[in-house]
Write a protein that binds this ligand. Structure first.
Ligand SMILES: Nc1ncnc2c1ncn2[C@@H]1O[C@H](COP(=O)(O)OP(=O)(O)OP(=O)(O)O)[C@@H](O)[C@H]1O
Ligand SMILES: [Mg+2]
Length: 221
């Protein structure tokens, strides 16, 4: 059977000569929960950005559900992105829109009926401990609240693959544990997860595969 996700000798060079990723090869099976770690600047965000096709590799190929990402036309990319959720390190939320609007946006674009949108968004808001904040503009939220809205927006679509870039970076210990439980639940429901973090506390004792990046190289493929 083909791999759910496969990277083959993927490199990314930023001009003039920054090798952000150097010949990265690995596969992720459907249903896996994989951590990517490594020091600041080791290439974690770059790797996730390439899988999301926010950027293209300088060389090498990435296959998602057997199909090379380089074969997706610009018009097809929104369809790819519906299958892949992304929790961005810097959130990328619409600051002047409400919590509800930020989470609901992708469902509205897909024409999901209003009642169903309300039901799904409010249920997720509750699950993430954001009840009462639905009408609040995102710019008025704390860093930890924004982080949870970013997670909600990434998973409202029920993506097959969830990419999360330091998704607990702004959370205190209790919220971190809660958010990690949500990741575990999503994984148990069948979502494949790749979570990038420099924080070892997130993956010790979790018995998951941990890929270690150092200066753009994978130390344990
Ligand atoms: N758009 C860009 N243009 C030029 N260089 C970049 C760009 N994006 C990343 N880099 C460089 O690529 C390398 C890897 O960066 P990346 O953001 O992937 O690291 P990271 O592991 O996510 O770090 P952090 O833990 O600080 O988030 C760094 O040297 C960075 O400066
Ligand atoms: Mg990063």
């Amino acid at each position: 059977m083909e791999d759910f996700l496969r990277l083959e000798r993927v490199s990314k060079v930023y001009e003039p000569n920054i090798k952000a990723l150097d010949e990265i090869t690995f596969s992720v099976a459907k249903g896996e929960f994989v951590f990517i770690t490594g020091p600041s600047g080791s290439g974690k965000s770059t790797l996730l950005n390439l899988i999301f096709r926010a950027e293209k590799p300088t060389s090498g190929e990435i296959y998602f559900e057997g199909r090379p990402l380089s074969s997706f036309s610009r018009k097809e990319i929104p369809y790819l992105r519906r299958k892949i959720g992304f929790v961005f390190q810097d959130f990328k939320l619409l600051e002047n829109r409400s919590v509800f609007e930020n989470i609901a946006l992708s469902l509205e674009i897909q024409g999901v009926p209003e009642g169903e949108i309300r039901h799904r968004v409010l249920r997720l808001i509750k699950r993430l401990g954001l009840s009462g904040k639905e009408a609040q503009p995102v710019r008025q939220l704390s860093g930890g609240e924004k982080q949870r809205v970013a997670l909600a927006r990434a998973v409202i679509n029920r993506p097959r693959l969830l990419l999360a870039d330091e998704p607990t970076g702004n959370l205190d210990a209790r919220r971190t544990e809660e958010v990690m439980e949500i990741f575990e639940d999503l994984n148990a429901e069948g979502t494949t997860i790749i979570l990038a973090t420099h924080d070892e506390a997130l993956f010790v004792d979790r018995h998951r595969r941990v890929l270690v990046l150092d200066e753009g190289r994978l130390l344990n493929p």
